[in-house]
Design a protein around this ligand. Sequence first.
Ligand code: NAI
Ligand code: MG
Length: 493
Amino acid sequence: MATVTQKPKQAKAPNIRQTQLLIDGEWVDAVSGKTFATINPATEEKIADVAEGDKADIDRAVKAARKAFETGPWSKMDARDRGRLMNKLADLVEANLEELAALETLDNGKPISDSRAADLPLVIDCLRYYAGWADKIHGETIPVRGNFFSYTLREPLGVVGQIIPWNFPLLMVAWKWGPALAAGCTIVMKPAEQTPLSCLRMAELAMEAGFPPGVINIVPGYGPTAGAALVEHPDVDKIAFTGEHRTAQLIMTNAAQTLKRLTFELGGKSPNVIFADADLDAAVAGAEFGLFFNQGQCCCAGSRVFVQQDVHEKFVEKLVSRASNRKLGDPFDPETTQGPQVDEAQFSKILSYIEKGRQGGAECLTGGERFGDKGFYVQPTVFNNVTDDMEIATDEIFGPVMSILPFKDVDEVVERSNKSMFGLAAAVWTRDVGKAHHFAKSVRAGTIWVNCYDVFDAAAPFGGFKMSGIGRELGEAALANYTELKTVTMSLD
Ligand code: NAI
Ligand code: MG
């Protein structure tokens, strides 16, 4: 019997439904009346004007979140009902998957095939995973000395400020909302100025699901204005931030006055280590995916590819062939595997690092230029014979630029892997189980992948050692970011 395999369909740009701020369940303009443009990075054309929040809007949003936390229906809702609302939101996201995927592709530039197959399914999974936690957060009884009964309560932390980046706009919403809502917190979120649209649409779906007013508030705007106001606000209990480590340093300084709880998920310069005994084709495919996925705009991008000398030449040949065959183009075409970078600032930053790579003496094997003459596209670029001290080996480039560094043995590569201020992720490719375990134990990073890369699951904690962050997202671990532990001790006399 003949089977017809259908080609995935070309996606269409969706209608833009929401461009205002969401405060206390109402869609409103900014107090200042200001707006900012969000740009389609594939065409460099404006998509829409979005309300630009600032201090006055943050004040209103925090007030609404505080009211919802202290006295609103949210504060009295059974944990199980919170979970039901979260599942309802997950269902609505699933029902609107195609629209949300297209919105993500339009605003961020990522290929529609990735939005459909990676971002959206992970969003839905994350919401459902945390919906399941809502009624499973509990304290313990403690055997204290004397005639006392002592127990702990895990209470919601309060009003939380969440500041997210543009590389996985909707997935970052899910990672942040999931544990916060499960724990019973209320939220003021500032999406990235480059990509506010999918967050606003998801907030609209949250209203449709029935979240009470003030539980989820969205204030799009810029970092130094809206973001900073959220960080400094005395009535915000915590800031969860994902972005650049320098921004985190600023946030930490500015949050000191109010001693806010802080969790950070920051950048990396993750080593991806290929031993001579690895399945070479799998390692080549893993190295390509580990770096070029999402246009290289991943905090955990495998940007330092260490290759053992014996297979170096063969690896380079296979890798360059794959890299140069990536399909750049219209992100709405389901065949496209690489879209544009998110904006002009990122595009220029990447091109300047490519220049630094050349000047520093690394060998550019493929790419190295802009792709086309419209949109923020950068050719997949591979540098060979990179040394540890070159800027392209130390700095987070956040683009489709791979550095290949040859190495001799295990001890050397472990030491060089750890020679970074970052420690977000690392991967190792080998058939030797002992070597894999040794590597996993010796490398100071929050996630280690063995013979795979970028395998994410809502249940598996993710976060950084060293300057890659503070705290863990996902899994049970993330619930601690959104709860306070209270000890109650009662005399039994
Ligand atoms: P960023 O850290 O400046 O922006 C992330 C978020 O923080 C945005 O919502 C932004 O508006 C907000 N923000 C900026 N300044 C702030 C402030 N003073 N107070 C409060 N919030 C503030 O990152 P940006 O400028 O978009 O990208 C710069 C570099 O950062 C990238 O090239 C990349 O290397 C890294 N990055 C890392 C990410 C990750 O997932 N680890 C995500 C995005 C960027
Ligand atoms: Mg910035």
